[in-house]
Design a protein around this ligand. Structure first.
Ligand SMILES: [Zn+2]
Length: 81
């Protein structure tokens, strides 16, 4: 799979690290109990189809960005931003 880094351009997926689901709402700072934060950090869905993901270009510019990917087809729907 080729991932479009917003700084470096198209690169192989082996240069990147997956950083989690970007569609998952983060609790606001200073709010929520421990269970809310536990669930946010440690419980993950495994969505099938289009959703937003965080990626880091670890073997390049090290920039974090969000892209939209269809996990059923393994297609990038919207590039890094
Ligand atoms: Zn990059």
């Amino acid at each position: 799979m080729i991932i479009p880094c917003p700084h470096c351009g198209d690169r192989d997926v082996s240069e990147f690290r997956y950083g989690g689901d970007a569609d998952k709402p983060r609790p606001s700072h200073g709010s929520g109990d421990l269970k809310t934060w536990h669930d946010y950090y440690f419980l993950f869905d495994n969505p099938k189809g289009p959703h937003a993901e965080y990626w880091q270009h670890v073997l390049g510019c090290r920039r974090w960005f969000t892209l939209r990917r269809d996990t059923a087809k393994n297609e990038i729907l919207e590039g890094g931003r």
